[in-house]
Write a protein that binds this ligand. Structure first.
Ligand SMILES: NC(=O)c1ccc[n+]([C@@H]2O[C@H](COP(=O)([O-])OP(=O)(O)OC[C@H]3O[C@@H](n4cnc5c(N)ncnc54)[C@H](OP(=O)(O)O)[C@@H]3O)[C@@H](O)[C@H]2O)c1
Length: 314
């Protein structure tokens, strides 16, 4: 897996056409890894770009394309995967993820108070049925690897115990202010690649996805100071830290100057051990993507999605 990928979730800010154009530009500057998902609503536009990239001479085997099955398709993983493959104009995916461990869905653009009336907690037997369909995709040759996203140590422990094909990767929020050391160490110890989403702290996310306690990594004094020393934007420091720590960041941008600078951060001079230690020290355990819309009971708090006491919350 290339050590950095480009995110493709435009949210309210960027159209599928802008993202499709960025994919072509990003491939020109050297990106080979693209993080897609059916729920981002732009895989058909991205598919045209992936075709263009290959027409321009990049072999398919040099690309790493990830997609994800959305929560409302846990019972039809094959159908969902075939749709993503058709939209992306591909014969196979390099990685296919279960986007969330819950079959709880929501409408487009809803605020954090919206709830799925059919929402349920994590039910391991249900998740295993979904995972069995994921394993079938590998056997059919439609995907090379399968993995998870937004998992916790207790949920992953059950999956590792019961899966025939182990997850190759877990996509999770990872940034200097939310380092998730326990989950990070757990996945690494089990040979699972940690893919880090929102690696820059998602500074442009819509107001409905913000809470007063949220923090800004790229404004942290330690990040700002290290950036000044390197003569780089703080975003570049977040990316260097991520790659040197051993996670695969998937920053989003449609701006050439940004995605080019991000890639240069990976190949440019590394952070020193002292700088890495200082960044390790600014973890604030400050989750941005809380997932409130997936809660299943009245009067629950978003923490219930993340098994904070070490047991699966029911
Ligand atoms: N598995 C999951 O559940 C999950 C959840 C969330 C995200 N993701 C994936 O992770 C990707 C990235 O996460 P994200 O989009 O939330 O946040 P992010 O990558 O942390 O932040 C993206 C924003 O950072 C700014 N930026 C990017 N490069 C920059 C640079 N070099 N210098 C300065 N600013 C820069 C841009 O802001 P402006 O646009 O304002 O310039 C951009 O929109 C998503 O696109 C998606 O693929 C997955």
């Amino acid at each position: 897996m290339p050590v950095i990928g480009l995110g493709t979730f435009g949210s309210d800010n960027y159209t599928p056409a802008q993202i499709a154009e960025a994919i072509i530009g990003a491939a020109e500057v050297g990106y080979r890894h693209f993080d897609c998902a059916s729920v981002y609503g732009n895989e058909d536009a991205i598919g045209h770009s992936l075709q263009t990239i290959q027409d321009q001479g990049v072999p398919r085997e040099d690309l790493w394309i990830t997609s994800k099955v959305w929560n409302d398709r846990h019972d039809d993983v094959l159908g969902s995967c075939r749709k993503s493959l058709a939209d992306l104009q591909l014969d196979y995916l390099d990685l296919y993820l279960v986007h969330w461990p819950f079959p709880n869905s929501h409408g487009k653009g809803v605020d954090v108070h919206s709830r799925d009336p059919h929402a349920q907690p994590y039910i391991h037997a249900d998740f295993l049925r979904t995972w069995g369909q994921m394993e079938e995709l590998v056997r059919l040759g439609l995907v090379k690897h399968i993995g998870t996203s937004n998992m916790t140590v207790p949920k992953l422990s059950l999956l590792l115990r019961d899966a025939e094909i182990q997850p190759a990767a877990n996509e999770m929020e990872l940034r200097p202010h939310f380092q998730q050391p326990e989950l990070f160490d757990f996945v690494q110890a089990h040979g699972i690649v940690p893919i880090g989403y929102s690696p820059l702290g998602s500074p442009s996310r819509p107001a409905r996805d913000r809470t007063p306690s949220d923090t800004m990594d790229i404004e942290d004094p330690v990040i700002v100071e290290i950036a000044a020393r390197h003569g780089l934007h703080p975003a570049a420091i977040c990316i260097k830290w991520a790659v040197q720590r051993g996670q695969v960041p998937i920053p989003f941008s449609v701006k050439r100057s940004q995605y080019e600078a991000t890639l240069e951060a990976v190949v440019g001079s590394p952070l020193t051990d002292a700088e890495m230690s200082r960044i390790a020290g600014i973890d604030k355990n400050a989750r941005l993507i809380k997932g409130q819309v997936f809660l299943w009971k009245e009067n629950q708090a978003w923490e219930d999605l993340w098994d904070l006491n070490g047991e699966i919350t029911l």
